[in-house]
Design a protein around this ligand. Sequence first.
Ligand code: ARG
Length: 585
Amino acid sequence: MHREFDLIGELEGALRAAAAASGIEPGTFEPGVRTADPRHGDFQANGVLAAAKRSGNAPRPMAEAIASALSGAIREGFEVSVAGPGFINFAARPQLLLGWLKAHASREDLAAGASAAHAGETWVVDYSSPNAAKQMHVGHLRSAVIGEAIARLLGFTGARVVRDNHIGDWGTQYGKLIWACKRYLDEAALERDPIDEFERLYKIGNSAAESDAEVMEVARAELVKLQAGDPENLALWRRINEASLSAFQRIYDRLGIRFDETLGESFYNDKVERIYAELSEAGVSSPSEGAQVVFHPEHPRFKTQPMIVRKSDGAANYATTDLAAILYRSEHFGASSILYVVDKRQADHFEQLFLTARKWFAQRGWAVPKLEHVDFGTVLGEDGKPLKTRAGDHVRLTDLLDEAVQRAYALVTGKSPEFPEDERRRIAEIVGVGSVQYADLSQNRSSDYLFSWDKMISLEGNTAAYLLYAIARIRSIFRRQGVECGDPAAESGADAFQTPGEIALARRLVKFADALRLALESLRPHFLCLYLYELAGEFSTFYNADKVIVADPVARARRLLLCSRTLLVLETGISLLGIRTLERM
Ligand code: ARG
C-alpha cells in the first residue's frame, strides 16, 4: 500500500520515461527530484539543467518537452509546471495529500516507504569505541550519539546494521597500569568507581615511569608478559576491561544504545600476522628501518609520511588493528559499507587506512566495501574553547548527564508543578538526556559545537524539549477526546484538506521520506532534526488557526487525521534519533 507512495521515486521513474520519449538519450538524464521551496511546489526536478549542458541544448525547451510528455504518466493530483531556466515543479493537490496520510498509519508504513533505500546492504557502524580504563568524557558523547542515530536510520531504511564498539582495550598503556595495579590498587576505591581508580593508577604508573628508568623497564616487561599471555597479567587486564565495560554500559543504557558486537582492539591480536603477510605479498607495504610501512606515492603528504603497520619491535599498532578489522568485517559480516564515527582529528589515520585497504583489496581482486570516516568536531564551552570543568579537567559524561537531568527537572517542575514528583523525575531523565543528545544531533556534525545549557534545555527553539512538548500536546488532544490516536473510525470520514493550516501541515508530512534521504545521503542527522522542528512549527500554526474538535464530523475527522500523522512522524523521527518520547510533559 505504501510502496505506491514513494512519491519521489515515482516522479523520477516517470521523468526518466518522459525524457526517453522526448528523445533524450537514456543514461544522460538524472531527474534529481528533491523537496521544493514551498512557494514553487512540493517537489522539484533540477536534472534538466545538467543534461542540457552536457548535450549542448537549451534547458528550458527540453524541460517543457519532458513536462508535456509526463502528462498522464504520473499520479493524479500532481500539478506540473516549468520554471526558471528549466526546473520542473510538482505541486501536490489536497486529494493526493489525503491519500498519503491515509496510507501511512503506522511506523511500519513509514518504514516500508523508506526501506528500499538500503535493502540488501550490510553496514558496519563503528562508534563510541572509547579506551578502556579511562572515563568517557564529553568528546565521547558525539560518537555515541551520532553513531546510534545513523545506525537507527540505516536500519529503518532497510539495511542490515552491525553496531560494533571498537573498544581500545590493548596497547602500551597496560604496562604502566599493570605495574601500578600490582602495587597501589585500592579495592574499596575500585568497588566505588573502577574507572576513577584505574585513572589514578595510570597516573601513578606514568609519572613513576617518567621519572625512574627502572620503573619504565619493569612496566615494559609487564607489557611483554601480558602480550605473551602471562596468566596473572592477563587476569588483571581482563579485570580492567570488564570493569570499564560495565561502567560504559551504564552510560549506554541511559543513552539507549545497544551494540551488536564489542570487538575491541584485542580481538584482533591473533589476526594481525595475516595482515603483515597480506600487505607484503600484495606489494602494498615495504620494510623500513625494521618496521613495515605503507607509502602512498600519489598523495601529497603520505608519499613521505608512511603509515606504520608493524613497529620496529615487531608489535602491532592502531593501524594494524584497523586493517584487520576491515578484513574481518568484510569476511565475517559481509559488510558492504563500514562507517567510522570518530573525531575529525583522526582524519589522516582514516585517509591512510582507506587508501591502504583499497589497494590491498584491489590487488587481491576482492570487493572493497565502502569506507567512510563520519567525522565530527569538538564540543566547545561558552568561551569558545574545548569544554572543560572549572578545574580544567575533561567533563565526565556521567556528570554531564546528571546535570542535564537536574536542569530538566527544574524545567518540568516549572511547567507542570501538579505532576507527581516521581513522574517529574521520569520526565526529567528523558528530557535531560534527550536534550543533550538532540543538541549534538541538530548541528552539522563536522563543525565544532558550542555547548550551552540554556539553549539546549529550553522549550523554545530547535530543541528536544520543544519537540517532546509538541508530542505531548498532540497526545493530550486525543486524551481529552477519549479517542485513540490513529483510530480509523475517528479518521475515516476525512475529506481533502481545505484551510491553509491543514494544507501546509499535510504538505510538510509527505516530505518525511525526503528528510530521511537527505540525512542518510550525507550521514548527517541534523537534516532530520531540522525537518522535525519545522514539522512541529507547522503543527503549531495549524493548531492555533484551526480548532480540531468541531461539530462538523468531516472537518473533525480531517483534523484528527492530521494530528495523528503528525504525532506518528514526530515520534518515529525522534526515536530514529535515539531519543525517547513522552506521553505528557
Ligand atoms: N579508541 C579510539 C579513540 O578513543 C577510537 C577508535 C575508533 N575506531 C576505530 N576503528 N579506529 O581514539
